[in-house]
Design a protein around this ligand. Structure first.
Ligand code: HEM
Ligand SMILES: *[C@@H]1O[C@H](CO)[C@@H](O)[C@H](O)[C@H]1NC(C)=O
Ligand SMILES: *[C@@H]1O[C@H](CO)[C@@H](O)[C@H](O)[C@H]1NC(C)=O
Ligand SMILES: *[C@@H]1O[C@H](CO)[C@@H](O)[C@H](O)[C@H]1NC(C)=O
Length: 415
């Protein structure tokens, strides 16, 4: 799960929960101060195993396969453990520091924690190189995956002049140029509905980065019985949250990148990158304490408190080594860079994630140029047989598609 190929395999899991896109006529934008969670988002919404088609006594073949995955996301055991290689420093240059009031933090606990420990720039504004180096050191994330995620962030939510992006809200404007909204305000471009602990943007007045303790408790509840979270339990948590989004959020919309790929991948990131590894359990384990530390939550199930911006890496954590080689799947790290695969993938996302722009928009041209520079692929003349499936003409009836809230002027930076 730390490689690009593994990331893209999240599409397989997501395919089990086809997007439900509901039509609504009201299409206004809403926004509020950040760092707060609405009553609607915190309202309990119970979803049973039966409602997501899961019977523990009679699992489907796909569910049996899901249960067989370890913390690396593989079906083959992760057997290696090398303490010196896998130790993650949380002292010295990597000692935890709370963000300053001007430091940017946002919806991603992995990035927030990496910045609070100096693996990423502590001010929250990242270059491509810093992202790749820092996430490799902190979590063992592969160069291709970190590079891909960061290039996407620069292209769609970042600053194309300085080639930087923000892990929270908008970074300070550099001259007259708009430096991007940051991933906190990237609804449908990067940030998507059905998150683990964050509310759907629409039911939280546009704020999709503040943590709901109700949602955090839903996530942990899957592992409360034995104080262990794993891929399979989180696959069920994702299915239940999808059910909730459909029921609670009239603007629920599942574009290919943000909701169909990033959102389920984030569930896998928790298990793959926040687990601790030991000589006895080289495959890793994740308990409530570690889960709370990464997400900056205190208290005990189900009574939690969120402390904005204090996400941290637990002391004495040993990260996993990703030794898998994904040769199956629609895209893998090798074939994504062959032919037009990456260009098609990005093109489909531009169509869905940036619905308000036309193809001549300079930002898209600049984004395409950046991707070409990063991945050596040009958009011009690509052959994408699958693209007709994602034709824009199919999308206008879904109002959630163009729901794109902006940050209020006085938004706090580090939450
Ligand atoms: C360049 C690298 C990365 C980028 C651009 C990125 C971006 C994002 C974004 C935009 C979200 C919000 C998605 C949503 O709507 O749910 C998110 C969520 C999340 N990310 Fe990251 N991320 C990166 C790396 C990581 C790493 C290394 C980890 C784990 C150590 C991680 C763990 C998570 C988790 C657990 C969530 C879900 C949070 C929640 O719903 O409460 N991410 N990330
Ligand atoms: C983690 O380790 C650091 C550095 O050794 C120390 O200052 C800090 O108090 C420890 N934190 C916790 C929560 O134990
Ligand atoms: C992680 O595992 C090591 C043994 O490999 C153990 O000493 C350490 O306390 C564990 N860390 C956490 C955060 O549980
Ligand atoms: C990964 O798989 C490819 C294709 O099957 C093979 O050529 C390559 O040697 C494998 N790499 C590793 C590290 O096993």
């Amino acid at each position: 799960m730390k490689t690009l190929g593994a990331f893209l395999l999240a599409l397989h899991g997501a395919a089990a929960f086809p997007a439900v896109m509901e039509a609504m006529s009201n299409n206004g934008k809403r926004q509020s101060n950040t760092c707060s969670v609405s009553a609607k988002c915190n309202q309990k919404y119970s979803v049973t195993d039966a409602q997501i088609g899961y019977n523990p006594k009679a699992p489907t073949p796909a569910q049996v396969a899901s249960a067989g995955r370890n913390h690396c996301g593989n079906l083959t055991p992760c057997t290696l453990f090398d303490a010196a290689e896998q130790y993650v420093s949380t002292s010295g240059a990597h000692a935890f520091q709370s963000p300053k009031s001007t430091d940017l933090r946002g919806p991603c606990p992995g990035l927030n924690a990496a910045a609070n420990h100096g693996y990423l720039a502590r001010n929250g504004v990242q270059s491509l190189t810093q992202t790749i180096t820092g996430l490799g050191q902190a979590y063992g994330m592969s160069v291709d995956l970190a590079g891909f995620l960061a290039a996407y962030a620069i292209a769609f939510d970042g600053d194309l002049v300085s080639m930087t992006w923000s892990i929270g809200g908008p970074q300070a404007k550099l001259g007259a140029v708009d430096s991007g909204q940051g991933i906190s305000w990237s609804h449908n471009k990067y940030e998507g509905d059905t998150s683990i602990s964050r509310c759907d943007a629409y039911i939280n007045n546009g704020d999709a980065h503040s943590l709901s303790t109700t949602r955090f408790a839903y996530a942990y509840s899957e592992g409360a019985k034995d104080d262990r979270l794993d891929m399979d339990k989180f696959a069920r948590a994702f299915a239940k949250n999808t059910y909730r989004s459909i029921g609670q959020n009239p603007y629920y919309f599942a574009p290919l990148f943000s909701t169909t790929l990033v959102s389920p991948a984030a569930y896998n990131f928790v298990i793959a990158m926040m687990s601790n590894h030991t000589a006895d359990q080289p495959g890793g384990y994740l308990n409530e304490d570690m889960f709370k530390t990464f997400f900056s939550v205190t208290g005990h199930y189900p009574n939690y408190k969120w402390n904005p911006g204090q996400d941290r890496i637990p002391n004495n954590t040993y990260t996993g080594i990703d030794i898998s080689n994904f040769s199956n799947g629609i895209y893998n790290a090798q074939n994504l860079f062959q032919g037009d695969n990456l260009a098609c993938f990005m093109y489909q996302n531009i169509q869905q994630g940036l619905p308000d722009i036309i193809t001549a928009n300079p930002l898209v041209t600049a984004g395409a140029t950046l991707l070409q520079k990063q991945f050596g692929i040009a958009f011009a003349g690509v052959t994408c047989p699958a693209v007709s499936k994602f034709n824009n003409n199919n999308l206008p009836p879904y109002p959630g598609r163009s729901y794109s809230p902006n940050p209020p002027a006085n938004a706090p930076q580090n939450c």
